[in-house]
Write a protein that binds this ligand. Structure first.
Ligand SMILES: [Zn+2]
Length: 215
């Protein structure tokens, strides 16, 4: 199976699709967040650096990230394909990733863009409600996904709430970063001929079907 990289704006459902792929195809899911959490438990110089940097709220240096990603991708479980998530986030990182892949003798594989318009994302974000009791997720802007009784969970009767970062303001900030930093990666991989696009306005099931056709 080919390697998979996702490119998607915030709240486009990238995490959900990655989970579905992992479940069905048992590919390792490589995320920089997990790698950093793992390494920060280690009693080594690099472990200590990551621990202190993360604790102080600063970003881990790119050179360290590259090194850690290369080490992780080198492992046996990645040799038959993997999903890389949350990396690269900008063009510079993408170029560095390409070099890592080349050094390891891997292919880029499929770079999958979840294409979705901004208005839909805004509706999803502002409409999302979560059950405080069982974590079921609803969306009051999506008629197929509204609770039967307002603010009450269909499954358990729990009270629904809105997550504090599910607001337009924080979405706009994250979206702007995506446009400025991440969108240039799309062009980069389009030129390399590895970019595949799926329609993110579709349901989770239909998006997954499209992805399955690609991979
Ligand atoms: Zn519930």
């Amino acid at each position: 199976m080919k390697n998979i990289m996702f490119i998607a704006p915030p709240a486009a459902g990238k995490g959900t699709q990655a989970e579905l792929i992992v479940e069905k195809y048992h590919l390792p899911h490589i995320s920089t967040g997990d790698i950093l959490r793992e390494i920060s438990k280690e009693d080594s110089e690099i472990g200590e650096y990551v621990r202190e940097t993360v604790a102080s709220g600063q970003l881990v240096k790119d050179e360290i990230i590259y090194q850690l990603i290369e080490q992780r991708l080198k492992k046996e479980d990645c040799q038959n394909g993997y999903i890389i998530d949350g990396f690269p986030r900008n063009l510079e990182q993408a170029c560095e990733y390409d070099k890592i892949i080349e050094r390891l003798g891997y292919d880029i594989g499929n770079v999958i863009l979840i294409d979705i318009d901004k208005a839909t994302l805004e509706q999803r974000i502002t409409g999302r409600r979560i059950c405080a009791n069982c974590n079921a997720i609803y969306n009051i802007n999506d008629k197929n996904n509204t609770p039967k009784v307002e603010s009450v969970c269909d499954q358990c009767g729990g009270k629904l709430y809105q997550r504090s970062d599910d607001n337009l303001e924080s979405f706009q900030t994250r979206y702007k970063t995506y446009q400025e930093k991440t969108e240039p990666i799309i062009e980069h991989y389009k030129e390399k001929g590895v970019l595949k696009t799926v329609n993110g306005n579709e349901t989770v099931e239909n998006i997954f079907k499209e992805i399955e056709k690609i991979i």
